[in-house]
Write a protein that binds this ligand. Structure first.
Ligand code: NAD
Length: 286
């Protein structure tokens, strides 16, 4: 265990709720912050459901589940960051919003606290520029979805990230049962530089009429041995998140090939965000 007792997670959506649960299950006290009460309530429901399933499958005992859930406290503002030992930001993938959040994080947290971001694609150096006084403590700590299941944490140093911050991030990731792997600070890092163009191309294949979504996913699942087709994976990730990642890579890598497919953008504009909104490429009901 690293010298951390309490972790704050900013953003209680798909990723923040998962990171909070994994941190609490690893013995850390957790402060989960979101501007939306509804998101915090949904995160608590998700925590209860996943923990109950783990008890049912005898991966943990009822007592362990109760103790983990009791370690998570929710809040709609960042004032509670004054007594945390670590912050992971997992809010919406938009540069200006994240920079504002980083300024708030730095203004509330102690000056020895690591300010990590779960961004999928935004430059760590760019985010750190919003908090010049804390640049050495800003780092990419990129978890994967669903966080309780996926082992990888992609660790990305910005220009000024210190070796101490990096070593502590690796240790914290390992203490949560994850495998940290380093990547350099380019838009999309490794994971999304490779994955998102594939997902985007699946939308183009659908838009062009090459095949319908079921056939595209079926072909990629059976033909390439993927555990899930790219369009269904996009629904899991969140179609808005996929669009935002493509836009960040388009801006950061300055190449037309990273423009999001119009079909993807249309679905997002129609409020079809994937699993989290009940409809995306596919229908999910409630
Ligand atoms: P999401 O849309 O599910 O959740 C984002 C949350 O951020 C929402 O609950 C929103 O209310 C909250 N938020 C917005 N502004 C806020 C603020 N000022 N303060 C506190 N909370 C605020 O998104 P997500 O899928 O959880 O993605 C979060 C981050 O994780 C993004 O940077 C994304 O790129 C990254 N990421 C996503 C995935 C994925 O598969 N979805 C995987 C890895 C990384």
């Amino acid at each position: 265990m690293v010298d951390v007792k309490k972790v704050a997670v900013i953003g209680a959506g798909t990723m923040g709720s998962g990171i909070a649960l994994v941190a609490a299950s690893s013995g850390y006290d957790v402060l989960l912050v979101d501007v939306s009460e509804d998101q915090l309530a949904a995160a608590q429901k998700y925590h209860a459901k996943i923990s109950a399933r783990s008890v049912e499958k005898e991966r943990i005992t009822q007592e362990e589940s109760d103790a983990a859930l009791a370690r998570i406290v929710t809040c709609t503002d960042m004032t509670g960051l004054n007594d945390v030992d670590w912050v992971v930001e997992a809010a919406t993938e938009q540069v200006d919003l994240k920079k504002k959040i980083f300024q708030e994080m730095a203004s509330h947290a102690r000056d020895d606290v690591v300010l990590a971001t779960n961004t999928s694609s935004i430059s760590i150096t760019d985010l750190a520029s919003a908090v010049p006084e804390a640049e050495d403590r800003v780092i990419g700590m990129h978890f994967f979805n669903p966080v309780p299941v996926m082992k990888l944490v992609e660790v990305i140093k910005g220009r000024a990230t210190s070796e101490t911050t990096t070593a502590r991030t690796i240790a914290l990731s390992e203490s949560m049962g994850k495998t940290p792997i380093p990547a350099n600070d380019f838009a999309g890092f490794v994971s999304n530089r490779v994955l998102m163009p594939l997902i985007n191309e699946a939308f183009f294949a659908w838009e062009d009429g090459v095949a319908d979504p079921e056939a595209i996913d079926g072909i990629m699942t059976l033909g390439c041995n993927f555990p899930m087709g790219p369009l269904r994976l996009a629904d899991h990730i969140g179609l808005d998140v996929c669009r935002d990642i493509m836009l960040v890579m388009h801006a950061g890598l300055d190449q037309e090939k990273y423009l999001p497919c119009p079909r993807l953008v249309e679905l997002v504009d129609a409020g079809r965000l994937g699993n989290k909104s009940g409809q995306g490429v596919y229908e999910y009901g409630n």
